[in-house]
Every structure is written in C-alpha cells, then in structure tokens.
Design a protein around this ligand. Sequence first.
Ligand SMILES: NC(=O)c1ccc[n+]([C@@H]2O[C@H](COP(=O)([O-])OP(=O)(O)OC[C@H]3O[C@@H](n4cnc5c(N)ncnc54)[C@H](OP(=O)(O)O)[C@@H]3O)[C@@H](O)[C@H]2O)c1
Length: 322
Amino acid sequence: MAKFNWGVLGAGNIAVRFTNDLKNLPDAQLLGVGSRSLDKAEAFARRQGATRAYGSYEELLRDRDIDAVYVATPHNFHRGHVLLALEHGKAVLCEKPMEANAARVQEMVDAAKRQKCFLMEAMWTRFLPVIAGARQWINEGRIGDIRLVSANFGFRTAWNPEGRLLNLNLAGGATLDVGVYVVSLAHMLLGVPSSIQARAHIGETGVDELTTMMLGYPSGATALLSCAVRANISDGARIYGTEGYIDLPSFWHATTATLQIAGEAPETLSGEAGYHFEAAEVADCVRTGLTESPLMPLEETVAIARTLEEVRHQIGLRYPFE
Ligand SMILES: NC(=O)c1ccc[n+]([C@@H]2O[C@H](COP(=O)([O-])OP(=O)(O)OC[C@H]3O[C@@H](n4cnc5c(N)ncnc54)[C@H](OP(=O)(O)O)[C@@H]3O)[C@@H](O)[C@H]2O)c1
C-alpha cells in the first residue's frame, strides 16, 4: 500500500509532537510542512524528517502529493486555514478546539460537506486504546447507567500575556484550550446537555484562568467538569454508573483505566497513548472514502462548540475578533 502522505500547516509546538508520533505508523509519512517562514519550515523539515518545506501555507496546499493536512495553528486561525485547505481539496485534521465559536465551526463543517472533503477535530483522546476499552465496558453495561461524569484538566502555564494561552486576541483561556477535553468527554458519554452552569476566575489578561462547569442531561445525569491554565488541578476522570465506576487517571492521555464494580475485584486495562491513533483514523477514513469519522462526528464537534460557547457566555468571555 502507498504511504499516506501528511502535510503540516503551522510549525509550532504541537506539530512537533504530532509528527514525532506519526513515526509509529509504518504506512504513513510526513511529506511536507508549510510555515509563514521558509527558514522555520526548513528547520522543522530537517528535525522532523519531512522532505518538502514551504514558506507559505498555500504552497503546501498546492502540493498534489499530500493526502491530508494537519492544521496546527492557534484556535482562532483554524477557520481560515481549514477553509483554505478544503478549497485545495485536502482532507483535514484540525487541532482542538475546532474554532473559537460554534458559527465558525459550522462554517468549516458546511465547507467540508460542500467540497466532499474529510474533516475531523483532532480530539486525539478519543482514539486511544484505553478510551476504546472503557467505552466497551460501558456499552456492555458493566457500570450500568451513567449517573455522573467527573473530569478535570488543568496546568499552571508560565506568565506570558502574549502567548497563545493567556492572550485574548489568540482565543486564550482554559475553556477553549483544556475545557474542550472535559466537555468532549462528557459529550462522548452523555450526549448534548440540557442545562449548563459555569463559573470562572478571569485573570489579568481577560481570559478565564480556571473554569468549572456543571452540565445536566435529560436522563438526570450530571457532568462536573473543571479546567485551568494557571493552576495545577488534577487531570483525572471518573465515570460513575448505577453498578460501579471507571477511573481514568490523566484521562486526556489515558494509559490505564480501572473498572470497579461493587463487591468485585477491580479490573484494569492499559495501553499506549499518542497522536498516531488519531492519524491512523484519518488515513483509514480517507482510504475508505469517508468524509468524517464515526468516532468524532462533525455534528458532535459542532455540539461541543455550542457547549463551550454557552460556557463562555456565562463567564462573560468574549473575544475581540467575535
Ligand atoms: N492535541 C494536543 O495535545 C494539543 C497540545 C497543544 C496544542 N494543541 C492545539 O494546537 C494548536 C496550536 O497550539 P501550539 O501550542 O502548537 O501553538 P504554537 O506553538 O503557538 O504554534 C502555532 C503555530 O501556528 C502558526 N501561526 C499562524 N499564524 C499565527 C499567528 N498569528 N500567531 C501565532 N502563530 C501563528 C505558527 O506557525 P508558523 O510560524 O510555522 O507559520 C505557530 O508556530 C491550538 O489550537 C491548540 O489548542 C493541541
């Protein structure tokens, strides 16, 4: 089988990590990288093993040998870069969150459907073997009906008001950067919430540094979620059902899950974490002619964006470009 050729759009932090993990896939390769600076693209290509380096995103997108483009720019540039990639007929894996608000996400989804091109939000957690195993326990009814999902993800970033995480003009803040992980987990397990309550600490730069959310569901279930970019909060998740619970330590890069049913010995499963699982999903979908992934459907990405937008509305966080 011919190798699946990846192009990277934006040679930043996550692009390095994604392309490191791509080396785990024998049937895929990093072919090209596009950066706003040719020097930067060439340095990235040398370090990460790409054979083609471009000094603009357009040149990368004009490369006919590239099968899929990985958009790895700050959140609020995703729309522009994804629309450009779709115009060039490329399959696209777009970093999380898909964009800063739901209208922008919808526009991207509509464009992908119009162009009949593959598009997926890079919510890599969903594709980890341990998450698949935990979902199987749930589907088998091992924990009964889900009543509560508790999930947190936060870290303390260094003080850098210009950097992506704290900068209002770059769609900074905890909700979009890490809140998307806990909200996506809740959507995956419980669907679209019927009620949302949120509170936040807004820091000096105007972005949310720590946000807590309570999502309610028609079934009576609840998701209690928190996220932070200026506090080291825990990053575990626990899924409580009527018959037991599942623990997912560091759920966003889960390598173990434990099933605890009342009165029984705990069961544990383990697996590798990495960005290559989402990359493999993209290649599988594109090769079989799918324009979206059944594991991360576009409709769900839009629903997640709506939840994140409602959270931002409640905590009073609006971006200058909106
Ligand atoms: N999945 C994960 O685990 C994970 C982890 C971290 C981040 N992310 C996501 O990945 C995206 C990028 O995050 P990052 O941490 O990699 O960011 P970053 O290091 O700041 O890199 C972003 C890249 O975007 C490009 N870019 C284009 N226009 C830009 C502008 N006006 N200002 C700044 N950069 C611009 C730059 O590439 P060139 O200079 O080469 O053009 C830059 O290197 C975000 O959406 C974030 O949520 C995901």
